[in-house]
Design a protein around this ligand. Sequence first.
Ligand SMILES: NC(=O)c1ccc[n+]([C@@H]2O[C@H](COP(=O)([O-])OP(=O)(O)OC[C@H]3O[C@@H](n4cnc5c(N)ncnc54)[C@H](OP(=O)(O)O)[C@@H]3O)[C@@H](O)[C@H]2O)c1
Length: 164
Amino acid sequence: MEELYREGKIKAIGVSNFQMDRLVDLMAHHEVIPVVNQIETHPFCQQIESEKLMKENQVQIESWAPFAEGRNEMFLNEVLVSLAEKYKKSVAQVILRWLTQREVVVIPKSVRKERIIENFNIFDFELSQEDMEIISALDTKTSLFFSHNDPEIVKWIGTAKFDI
Ligand SMILES: NC(=O)c1ccc[n+]([C@@H]2O[C@H](COP(=O)([O-])OP(=O)(O)OC[C@H]3O[C@@H](n4cnc5c(N)ncnc54)[C@H](OP(=O)(O)O)[C@@H]3O)[C@@H](O)[C@H]2O)c1
């Protein structure tokens, strides 16, 4: 990837699911720092410490599964529902706004046109600092999917076939 970068064939290098030990290792042994690291980031797994380290190294944090694919009843969470009512927005919009205000890049997925439009419509309101902190309290600091530190999971990801 660095060769392609130096040859001007690619504009940037990005990585995904690099936990912080792996990211630091990558940066220590390469010259080109990745511009982005896409990791699981949502209200129940907020990645605050990872974000801090990435910011210090100019690596942009990008959230995959900003809604945790609806796990843990994300869309019914009473804290998020009450904030949605307060701002007259949907739970999805509150989550995307909270991530955006944290300067986290978001890539929500929907197959429904009306939801895709809804998910873009987050630039006409702002969560107060107090409400940002209310969402901060939902952090469990744990993945709702799987651990990228588990060798069996790493092996599975390395061999599984994904539809992208
Ligand atoms: N790098 C990685 O390891 C990794 C892992 C997972 C995902 N990703 C990427 O992350 C992106 C998003 O991830 P994801 O699809 O896994 O999770 P997600 O965006 O957290 O959740 C998608 C789910 O939320 C629903 N949804 C979307 N907008 C909604 C709204 N406004 N109101 C209510 N429900 C809504 C969708 O249903 P409908 O479609 O029916 O609207 C779908 O069930 C994708 O680009 C994916 O490829 C990357």
